[in-house]
Design a protein around this ligand. Structure first.
Ligand SMILES: [Zn+2]
Length: 365
């Protein structure tokens, strides 16, 4: 998988390889409109979706195994996770696991999420979902922050730079708007916590045209990260209010706000059968207690969790600090342990799920 270079948009070759491989281990495999590879095996309940992305960021890294480590682009983000899920599925199918497995190898996670959006569009709605992303063998990712990508533009009438008191300066106005956006916070936030607080980052700015003229246009982009106590939609509403207020106070400045992307935050229920099964399996395989982690970035899971209200986590071998780095590697030992965690956790999920009392049989209080 690592030798098959597959930056976003160029997943066909690895998709062909995985189609063949998944067919060989007993999945019934299909390819959807956007190029996702979908394997199905067994009958539920429970139904479990294992979802991993086939694409990587650009930049091939020669593949080698050295001192117990596998190096290559995607070794961490996230081909090891996808390979782990396929290897574990092979065992589950062989041992006739009591449940329905759905393995989705998706395209374009590092791009615009075309792959996961098509999975959502199909109405795939499993009882549990696991996204293959590096958490480290001993940790489970139970939350991701949300994200808003905003473009804000200020426009003013231009004039000679020698008489700035006569005109509004679009760059200066834009900076005032940015300061207002940056100061948006909510009472629900925990400002001391990098995860449970909102952060706004100025990521691009353009405007002005050299000396002599008052800038008449300035645009900037703000990348906002949203904790699960609030929604991206709520932040957006506050940002729009902020722009309205600015307009009222600065009638000579035109201000527009454009939404260039939005992901809702995600946090799963820690007491679900899924999380408990992974906690149990990690302790069994590694002899250490599992660590629950929350990530400040986003992933395919954000979009899926917004559409499908079921227990879900992200899990996979590797240190996510090496994501997108010039030397991605994963430890062979950790990779093999993660396969066992998947197998044990899936068995446990099926057991716990069978014990669950169906709603219609629950005893009235
Ligand atoms: Zn990834």
């Amino acid at each position: 998988m690592l030798n098959t270079y597959s930056p976003s948009g160029q997943e066909k070759e690895i998709a062909d390889f995985l189609t063949e491989e998944m067919d060989r281990i007993g999945f019934s495999v299909s390819r959807d409109e956007v190029g996702n590879v979908i394997g199905e095996a067994g009958v539920g309940p429970p139904s479990v979706m294992l979802c991993g992305h086939m694409d990587t960021v650009p930049g091939f890294i020669p593949v080698r195994i050295d001192a117990g480590k596998i190096h290559g682009r995607g070794a961490v983000d996230a081909k090891s996770s996808l390979a782990t899920m396929i290897a574990a599925s092979k065992e589950m199918i062989k041992r006739r696991w009591r449940g329905r497995l759905l393995l989705a190898a998706v395209v374009d996670e590092e791009g615009t999420g075309t792959g996961i959006r098509n999975i959502i569009k199909k109405g795939i709605s499993p009882d549990y979902a696991i996204f293959g992303e590096p958490s480290g063998v001993g940790s489970i990712t139970i939350a991701y922050k949300g994200n808003l990508r905003l473009k804000i533009t200020c426009e003013t009438r231009t004039g000679h730079a020698a008489s700035p008191w006569l005109f509004e300066n679009a760059i200066e106005r834009a900076f005032e708007v940015w300061k207002a956006i940056r100061s948006i916070h909510f009472a629900e936030e925990d400002v001391q916590s990098p995860f449970y607080s909102t952060t706004s980052c100025l990521t691009a700015i353009e405007g002005g045209n050299g000396f002599g003229k008052i800038p008449s246009k300035c645009s900037f982009r703000a990348d906002v990260r949203i904790p699960p106590q609030i929604t991206a939609e709520e932040f957006l509403a506050r940002a729009r209010d902020c722009i309205e207020q600015f307009r009222a106070q600065n009638p000579k400045t035109g201000v527009t706000i454009e939404l260039e992307g939005k992901e809702e935050p995600f946090e799963t229920d820690k007491s679900s059968a899924l999380v408990r099964s992974f906690i149990w399996a990690i302790r069994k395989v590694t002899s250490r207690p599992a660590v629950l982690i929350r990530k400040t970035g986003t992933g395919d899971i954000n979009a899926f969790a917004a559409a499908v209200k079921r227990p879900m986590i992200a899990y996979g071998p590797g240190d996510s600090r090496l994501d997108h780095s010039p030397d991605e590697y994963v430890s062979v030992h950790e990779y093999l342990e993660a396969i066992r965690v998947f197998e044990d956790a899936l068995n446990r999920v099926a057991e716990l799920d069978a014990r669950r009392i169906p709603p219609h049989q629950s005893i009235p209080k």
